[in-house]
Design a protein around this ligand. Sequence first.
Ligand SMILES: *Cc1c(COP(=O)(O)O)cnc(C)c1O
Length: 402
Amino acid sequence: MKRENKLIYLDYNATTPTDPRVVDKMLPYFYDIPGNAASRSHAFGWEAEEAVKIARKQIADLIHVDPKEIVFTSGATESDNLALKGIIELYHRSGNHIITLKSEHKAVLDTCEKLERAGAEVTYLDVDKNGLVDLIALENAITDKTVLVSIMWANNEIGVIQPMKAIGDICHRKGVLLMSDATQAVGKIPLDPKEVGVHLLAFTAHKMYGPKGVGALYVCSKNPRVKVSEQINGGGHERSMRSGTLNVPGIVGFGAAAEICAKEMLAEAPRLSALRDKLENALLTIEETYVNGDVDNRLPHVTNLAFRYIESEGLMATFNQSVALATGSACTSASIDPSHVLMALGLSEGMAHSSVRFSLGRFTTEEEIDRTITLVKNGVIKMRDKNPIWELFKDGVDVDNL
Ligand SMILES: *Cc1c(COP(=O)(O)O)cnc(C)c1O
């Protein structure tokens, strides 16, 4: 991104810039082609409807599903809400039990908590120290009241990719539905929900170089035919699963972004993983630095590192926040809780607050990675130099148990 002050953006998991090619595709739909895709009686409406149809196909093609199985929403948060609430409401006769992971995104966890208050039962499974699901624990947790398993494809904080095929097999054998928040995976790695037995898949445009405020939920329409009950009523858009005038420019952008990802992700992933590995290897030469999460099953563009006895917020202050990073402290509210994902891995609060997520993306350059390495290395040395705890630790004192 062009910025005079040379800020470096390494927070692609929070949001991606909209690809300029996507913006170009969107622009006509603000003024020149202003129609409502639901207006059936004139050309303005037909043009908008046609544009939505093309985008729906571009998005469906990226994940190898039928365009009819795509429900447009305002983003992944809404898609997660629609899937969880929509399934529990519609399938309540079969049961009221959901199984998910402690390391899920808040869009899933907060929704589950709300459903619990409304009478649903939710099991929050532990993950192992690398962030992976325990397949045996999952299988054992499924009861005859279980209707839905919700497991994210890839984690937003640590990038860990779950074994979706094995999870899908278990759910299939036990006859329960499987949903996945695939927000961080779609457009970054090839994925096919039908092949692995995922019935509902949530994702969003702004994590894959599309615009903010538009997302989708894939809802499997055959073998089995799944439906979710509408959470936003009025008009019966999106096959009565999500009402409201479609965000035509946003959807056009989402489609364009999907098409670019489909074409480019296979080349983009190795370029980014090489840069990520360069960054990670350089930073791991700093003493007492650790990778959080599984390194073998991981998104290509993410690394989450813990720098022992460093406060990640303080580290960022050493370079005046000139590199945009996410810290292991919860960004969900004004509170400074340690990240629930890192806690789920079994990190101490201290190590969670010492953690930093680096997420690279399409516009990251090697020069930016080189500058980041220098800034972070110098920052860690500077902070430890004036930290008495670090001195004691180096002298062999068991500072964690003082
Ligand atoms: C960003 C993110 C969301 C929320 O997506 P929005 O489109 O911003 O609502 C949900 N789940 C995961 C895993 C995410 O990374």
